[in-house]
Ligand binder design. Sequence first.
Ligand SMILES: C=CC1=C(C)c2cc3[nH]c(cc4nc(cc5[nH]c(cc1n2)c(C)c5CCC(=O)O)C(CCC(=O)O)=C4C)c(C)c3C=C
Ligand code: FE2
Ligand code: FE2
Length: 364
Amino acid sequence: MKSYLNTTNYNHNTIPTTGVLLMNLGTPDAPTAPALRRYLAEFLADPRITELPRWLWWFILHGIILRTRPAKSAKKYQQIWTDAGSPLLATSYIQVDKLQAILAEKFQSPVVVAMGMRYGNPSIAAGLEQLRQAQAQRILCLPLYPQYSSASTGSTFDALGDALKTWRWIPDIHFITHYHDFPPYIHALANSIQTHWATHGQPDKLLFSFHGIPKRFFLSGDPYHCECYKTARLVAEQLGLTEAQWQVVFQSRFGREEWLKPYTDETLIHLAKTGVKRVAVICAGFSVDCLETLEEIDIENRALFLQNGGETFHYIPALNADDLHIQALAALVIKYTQGFEDKSLITLQNEAEQRVKLAEKRQS
Ligand SMILES: C=CC1=C(C)c2cc3[nH]c(cc4nc(cc5[nH]c(cc1n2)c(C)c5CCC(=O)O)C(CCC(=O)O)=C4C)c(C)c3C=C
Ligand SMILES: [Fe+2]
Ligand SMILES: [Fe+2]
C-alpha cells in the first residue's frame, strides 16, 4: 500500500503561512574523492544533464568518468573549501537568513524561507519538509538560476515534482522559471560592477561569463543562450558601455561535444595575445560563488590570461548575500506571491464550521 506524508495536525483557524524555497545546484559534502563520487554519481545520472540513452551513459559514467573525475575534482574543491564548508552551501545559508529577515518585515502573514539543493544535501525534499512542518500551504519555489535552462531550472522542477509525489496535500505552488531581466537583479549586478571599478579601476574589457550548455540543447530550443545575452546587454546598457567594452562568453564545458561559444578560456587567451591588457570577469548567472567561479575563473582562467600576455585580471564576485541581491530576491518573492489567494483556506474553514452546525442540527 502506498503511504503519503500526511498533515493531520492542520489548524484551520491559523493565518496561512507562506513558504519560500530557495534552490540551487548543490555541492559535495566534503572535498574528498568518495564524497565527490557520491555527488557526481547523482548529478551526472540526471537525464536533464546528459541525454544519451540510459544504458550507454551508465557504462560511460560508471566505467570511465566516476573512476577518474572524483579525485581530480576533489583537488579543485580543496582549493576553495573554507572553514564553513563549501562556499556554495555556506553562502546559501546566509542568503536564507537575510531573506527571512527582510520578508518577515515586509509580510503581514507568517513566512518561512528554506533551502533545498538539486544534488547532495540539504536536498529539495528536505527543504520542502521544513516548509511542510511549518504548515506552509502556499509555497514559492525560487531556483537561484536567473537564466532558464533545461539542465538547471528544468531539472530543479523535476526534483520538486518527485518530492511532492509523496505528499497527501499538495500546497499552492508557484515556480519562478527565470529572472534574467528582472530590474532589481540587473541593478544589483550593475551596482556591484561599479563598486568594484571604483576600487580597482575600469578594465579594457568586461567579460560576462556564463556556465555553458551543449550547443545541441540550444538548437533544441533551450532559451538559455538568449537569456544570458539579455542579462549582459541590460547590465552593459545600465553601465553605459560601448559594444567594444563588453562580451558574453561561456565556461565549464564537459565532455567532447561542442558547447555554447565563445568559450571563456579561449577568449581570454585570444584577448591576451591580441594586446588587451586589463580584463574583468563577472559570472552573472551564478547566484553564489562556487567551484566554477572561484577555481575555474579566478584561479585557472586568471592564470591563462596572465601567462599569455595579459597584465591585470579581476574577478568580480557573485552577488552572494549582498544587500542589493537579497533585496532583489525579496522583490521577486513579493511579486510572485501576490497571486496567492486565501480563498481555498477560508472556504475550508467555513466548510468545517458548516459541518459542525449540521451535526448539531441533526442531534437536536
Ligand atoms: C554535462 C554536464 C553539465 C551541464 C549540462 C551543466 C549545466 C549547468 N551547471 C550549472 C551550475 C553549476 N555547475 C557546477 C559544477 C559542475 N557542473 C558539471 C557539469 C555540467 N553542468 C560538473 C561535472 C560539475 C562538478 C564539478 C566538476 O567536477 O567539475 C557548479 C558548482 C558546484 C559547486 O559545488 O561549487 C554550479 C553552480 C548551471 C547553471 C548549468 C546550466 C545552465
Ligand atoms: Fe555545471
Ligand atoms: Fe568547471
